[in-house]
Design a protein around this ligand. Structure first.
Ligand code: GDP
Length: 463
């Protein structure tokens, strides 16, 4: 039997409205002990989700505020349990007194994510939908919010369920065969089963392929700023972000660590990463910063190599440019176009495997930033095509999801090989079962405590 839990659902600090939530047996009765409706109708008798206006009181019956309350009875609530919600003014003191009153009336404080965890355990959401709740709360760009909303609506769950059902059908055929071990499998049937398995493998491959796009959509296309110290990387990050995220000084080596800003540019989500600048240094802290810069560079989707346009490109710049274009599409940003003696460098002849664009600008005056934004949007279009945006919500957006689908892909691959090589049905069955187990872990059909705990740890109290 689950306990009655209570929490403040609105963020800390003052606001127009503050909300407290209750979930579990007796939620309506407990809320009614601290809520006196203005009308004749008692909260415990109110229809589901009908707002009542009244006074909010502490455990001694003293009025603390006026506000609204409603109840939702199981199973038609967020958690699937009986729930109640109290709305008061967004005062931390009122909220704290109300929470004390609810605890005095028998509720206990909820743990982070406990409401959503109960929704999952009561079958209101699967695990990918629970992940979408926190992704939606954490979304930093409109694209990330749309993807999370689609996933919360069950778009990804339905796609996985389709494959799961396909594998279940195949399992059913194999089990039927195993029930009659003396009869050989009809070769025609083997061929049909192989085709069915291959179809599911193609569906899994297509799902796995959404991982990169989903990651970029949810977390932004990673765009790493590299270049020699003092070229103007931090100034450029601040100019693009529209506020002073990074410290800018004339002292080379000021940025010791990588700094990130997630923002939308040209309609695409970007995660801009400012690095410590790449140069040889004796300073151990700067050396660590340079090592982090190299790590960030290795994981970048796009690179912005920033140089000071008042100085000629050095050999070090050329070497970095080759390294950059070997690894990802790169924009050479010739900064400080506002200064006398500025000359935008010509794109050097030596280039790596990826595209190189040159943009002249001044991070200080903002001149040329539009051109950089357009160049970024063009490269983003290549990395994150808008086509298929309608499918938002069907993409894999984190490592847990891609790992699970990757395990399923491998298991179905092994099953296909085994069947084609004429293995006995039980050998094939084991692999199909492993694929289904991996998908089960993905949606939470198969509950694994360690996985669910890690997911709900990301949540705040009250959600
Ligand atoms: P970082 O080391 O590459 O991050 O370079 P910073 O952004 O810290 O800039 C180094 C110095 O160059 C600072 O004094 C900035 O004010 C200056 N700076 C950066 N961009 C421009 C620019 O476009 N024009 C001018 N005149 N100065 C700039």
């Amino acid at each position: 039997m689950s306990e009655l839990i209570a929490a403040i659902a609105t963020p800390p600090g003052t606001g127009g409205v503050g909300i407290l939530r209750l979930s579990g047996p007796g939620a309506a009765r407990t809320a009614a002990q601290v809520f006196r409706p203005k009308g004749t109708r008692d909260l415990t008798q109110a229809p589901d989700r009908q707002l009542l206006y009244g006074s909010l009181t502490d455990q001694t019956g003293q009025v603390i505020d006026t506000g609204l309350a409603f109840v939702s009875r199981a199973p038609h609530s967020y958690t699937g349990e009986e729930t109640a919600e109290l709305q008061c003014h967004g005062s931390p003191m009122v909220l704290s007194l109300m929470l004390d009153a609810l605890c005095a009336a028998g509720a206990r404080l909820a743990r982070p994510g406990e409401f959503t965890q109960r929704a999952f355990l009561n079958g209101k959401l699967d695990l990918t939908q629970a992940e979408a709740v926190i992704d939606l709360i954490d979304a930093e760009t409109p694209a990330a919010a749309r993807q999370a909303a689609g996933q919360l609506n069950g778009a990804l769950s339905r796609r996985i369920e389709g494959i799961y059902q396909g594998l279940t059908d195949i399992m059913a055929h194999f089990c039927a065969v195993l029930d009659y071990p003396d009869e050989d499998i009809d070769p025609f049937r083997t061929q049909t089963l192989l085709e069915d398995l291959t179809n599911q493998q193609a569906a899994l491959d297509a799902l796995l392929a959404t991982g990169q796009r989903g990651r970029r959509l949810a977390h932004g296309i990673s765009c790493v700023l590299i270049g020699r110290p003092n070229a103007g990387k931090s100034s450029l990050l601040n100019a693009l972000a529209g506020y002073d995220r990074a410290i800018v000084t004339q002292i080379p080596g000021t940025t010791r660590d990588t700094l990130e800003v997630t923002l939308e540019l040209g309609g695409y989500p970007f995660r801009l990463v400012d690095t410590a600048g790449l140069r040889e240094s004796e300073d151990p802290i700067e050396q660590l910063g340079v090592a982090r810069s190299r790590d960030a560079m290795a994981q970048a989707d796009l690179l912005l190599l920033v140089c000071d346009g008042t100085q000629p490109l050095t050999e070090e710049d050329h070497a970095l440019l080759v390294q950059a274009t070997d690894q990802a599409d790169t924009i050479l940003v010739a900064n400080k176009s506002d200064l006398p003696g500025y000359h935008s460098p010509l794109p050097p002849a030596c280039q790596g495997a990826h595209a190189l664009t040159t943009v002249a600008l001044s991070a200080k005056t903002g001149l040329g930033l539009d051109e950089l934004e357009s160049a970024l949007a063009r490269l983003a279009e290549k990395n994150l095509p808008q086509a298929g945006a309608a499918a938002a919500g069907e993409l894999l957006t984190n490592q847990r999801q891609t790992e699970a689908v990757s395990q399923a892909v491998q298991a179905v691959g092994r099953a296909c090989q085994a069947l084609a090589a004429g293995f006995t049905p039980d050998a094939v069955l084991t692999d199909v079962e492993s694929a289904m187990a991996a998908l089960g872990e993905l949606t939470g059909k198969t509950i694994r405590e360690d996985i669910t705990r890690r997911i709900f740890e990301r949540f705040c109290v009250g959600k």
